[in-house]
Design a protein around this ligand. Structure first.
Ligand code: NAD
Ligand code: ZN
Length: 254
């Protein structure tokens, strides 16, 4: 028996808790979705209480939140946007806060999120790649002036800039490409990690879901209340609410 295989056979079995995997990791990439913010009171799309299971009349949320619908029926788009995507009273939960703490401790290569609620940034995260943009960064299509979320929340009908241009929400609509720089940074953050945590996402929105293919490491942790297509490949699957799970993690300095 070679020395190497002897060592491998007599290796202590690794403890497969989230805490042990986090402690043992050099850099962690976090890939998240709407489920990360449900415990902040923002509904996701595909859970039982999600927006997809709500009666929406004629159109699905995916249709309403598309670039084509935005151009053809802007009034209906903004009504839906204001009533379903803006949660001015939502605050970061324990998961957002713990990730910000992990970043401060030098443990994160980045947070890649499909969420548009901006809660990771509000919790203090900076290494944050918001693949689908952010409700807090809105722009006039005519003069390029930036607006915060309050003008969108308080507007009626189509929100207009002082220059008369339409103010477009800073989110990526279905049918629009992702921001190239955000996408590049997100892929790098995932490629640089030796632990990938995938949480609160059904992994059904492309191209976002395919970003996890950039991961070259061994260990993947899935945190979700339901089954996901990644469960089979994961080192550890935790079934439950992410805020509660992350709140138990102790952050040790790197
Ligand atoms: P999704 O709605 O398709 O899936 C949510 C997933 O999270 C489900 O698998 C569900 O089981 C899980 N989940 C729900 N609550 C959870 C919790 N507390 N802990 C752990 N898991 C939980 O969401 P998605 O995969 O992100 O894709 C939907 C798209 O909708 C994204 O593109 C995103 O931009 C958008 N969206 C964003 C928000 C937001 O910004 N908060 C909210 C709704 C939808
Ligand atoms: Zn303008």
């Amino acid at each position: 028996m070679s020395a190497e295989s002897f060592a491998r056979r007599h290796e202590k079995p690794r403890e497969l808790s989230l805490q042990a995997l986090i402690d043992g990791a050099g850099k962690i990439a976090f890939f998240g979705g709407a489920g990360v913010s449900t415990e902040s009171g923002i509904p996701d799309f595909r859970s039982a209480k999600g927006l997809y299971n709500e009666e929406n009349g004629e159109y699905s949320p995916e249709t309403i939140l598309s670039s084509l619908f935005f151009c053809l029926k802007p009034d209906e788009f903004y009504d839906y946007y204001r009533s379903h995507l803006l949660y001015p009273n939502a605050v970061p939960n324990a998961a957002h806060r713990k990730l910000a703490e992990l970043e401060r401790a030098g443990k994160l290569s980045g947070i890649v999120t499909q969420n548009i609620d901006g809660l990771h940034r509000r919790a203090g995260s900076r290494l944050c790649f918001e693949l689908h943009g952010n409700v807090n960064e809105n722009t006039c299509v005519k003069c390029g002036k930036h607006y915060g979320v309050s003008i969108m929340a308080q507007s009626e009908g189509i929100p207009h800039c002082k220059c008369s241009g339409v103010i477009k929400p800073g989110i990526v609509l279905y049918g629009e490409p992702l921001d190239m720089y955000v996408a590049r940074g997100a892929k790098r953050a995932i490629a640089d990690a030796d632990l990938l945590i995938v949480a609160g996402t059904s992994l059904s929105v492309e191209p976002a879901a395919s970003f996890i293919k950039s991961y070259n490491g061994k260990d993947i942790v899935v945190i979700n209340k339901e089954e996901t297509p990644l469960d089979e490949k994961a080192t550890l699957v935790l079934r439950g609410g992410i805020a509660e799970i992350m709140s138990k993690i102790k952050v040790r300095q790197h």
